[in-house]
Design a protein around this ligand. Structure first.
Ligand code: NAP
Ligand code: ZN
Length: 367
């Protein structure tokens, strides 16, 4: 059995040494993100210890800090777009060696025995995957802490290899924004004959454009922000539709095979469903919760159209995406910040004023 039962895990918890590391996070709801310390478990046989060099800032980090998704475990240390260098490996580790570059995304553990895990869909682990922050560490019994910190210790199965030719800081956002958009592109078999649309030009949206273009698709951006039009073309979009302009929306009626909706907050999905082709799918990756106004089934039934959802991606698929990015020279467009600037970065993210992903230089945490 891979993980010890409750009794033995208690024994391990008592024996387990931990290292105290500097981090940034919150100790209760409503706080500004601030410096604190957390502990990292010692490296077990299958673990890799990574000195974190850069960490991307996902809109999900802000949802957690703001309590948008319900009760959190505190202290909460966000960050699930982690890249760094291996500093220690357990005795059974084969994937990476000390000195190698390494990445960690949104998952740090799963049962690895259920049907989902066996199909490389660890994100849908039927026994509950362990997320990078706010999950339960099966080894230490503590909850998990994310990448706004100096170090992380992760089972090698959940550590990714980083293509050496890419700018390391600009790779960090691939670990969440990249895989979250890559997974639906692959699942719905996007290729050179596909017509793809992306809703929202932010962290996920800009990666969706780059990856869909990389797969050879024709790509359209739906945005509320006319000032982002030129950027969208520069990122590779073939067309931009301003979603508040009804005549522009009508011009793309029944056009798209796949729409990736990255909007983080409640919004009307119905106008976008009308732009799906017969058999087209709109996949929600941004907003979690009930829709308002309600979803009108008429265009879905009349055109065999689907509205679906998708959560990040499995480990094999994440490695596939990273390798694809290495081959096609695809990285995120980033704005580097210091750890101390994180609260201002969140404020800018709320105003959709990010071009197109903040990445924290973790060296600033050590100041
Ligand atoms: P982001 O960088 O803030 O980008 C979101 C974009 O959506 C904005 O740039 C804006 O684009 C548009 N937008 C924002 N508020 C809107 C509103 N009220 N109505 C309509 N459009 C709006 O966020 P992100 O990091 O890409 O994350 C997007 C969402 O995906 C978040 O909710 C995040 O939690 C979620 N997420 C999900 C997964 C998953 O596995 N499913 C993984 C990672 C993140 P325009 O200015 O172009 O309109
Ligand atoms: Zn994320």
């Amino acid at each position: 059995m891979r993980f010890p039962d409750r009794t033995s895990s208690t024994k391990i918890r008592l024996k387990m040494n931990t290292t105290i590391v500097k981090a940034y996070g919150v100790e209760e709801l409503g706080e500004r993100v601030k410096e604190l310390t957390v502990s990292r478990r010692e490296v077990t046989a299958k673990d890799i210890e990574i000195e974190i060099l850069f960490c991307g800032v996902c809109h999900s980090d802000m949802h957690h800090v703001h309590g948008d998704w319900g009760k959190e475990k505190y202290p909460l240390v966000p960050g699930h777009e982690i890249v760094g260098r291996v500093t220690k490996v357990g005795k059974e580790v084969t994937k990476l060696a000390v000195g190698d570059l390494a990445g960690v995304g949104c998952l740090v553990d799963s049962c690895q025995t259920c049907d989902s895990c066996k199909k490389d869909l660890e994100q849908y682990c039927l026994n509950g995957s362990t997320v990078t922050y706010g999950g339960k560490d099966k080894h230490s019994g503590e909850h998990t802490f994310g990448g706004y910190s100096e170090k992380v210790v992760v089972d090698e199965h959940f550590v990714l290899k980083i293509p050496a030719n890419l700018n390391l800081a600009a790779v960090a956002p691939l670990l969440c924004a990249g895989i979250t958009t890559w997974s639906p592109l692959r699942h719905w078999k996007v290729g050179p004959n596909s017509k793809v649309a992306v809703i929202g030009l932010g962290g996920l949206g800009h990666m969706a454009i780059k990856l869909a273009k990389g797969l050879g698709a024709e790509v359209t951006l739906f945005s509320r922000s006319p000032n982002k039009e030129q950027d969208a073309f520069d990122l590779g979009a073939d067309a931009v539709i301003i979603s508040t302009d009804e005549s522009q929306m009508n011009s793309v009626s029944s056009k798209f095979d796949l729409i990736i909706d990255t909007v983080p907050y409640i919004h009307d999905v119905n106008p976008y469903v009308s732009t799906l082709s017969i058999d087209g799918t709109l996949v929600l990756v941004g907003y979690l919760g009930g829709l308002d106004p309600i979803l009108n089934t008429v265009p879905m039934i009349m055109g065999r159209k689907s509205v679906a959802g998708s959560l990040i991606g499995g480990l094999a698929e994440t490695q596939e995406m990273l390798d694809f990015c290495g081959e096609h020279n695809i990285v995120s467009e980033i704005e580097m910040i210091e750890m101390q600037d994180i609260n201002e970065a969140y404020q800018r993210m709320l105003k959709s004023d990010v071009k197109y992903r903040f990445v924290i230089d973790i060296a600033s945490l050590k100041k």
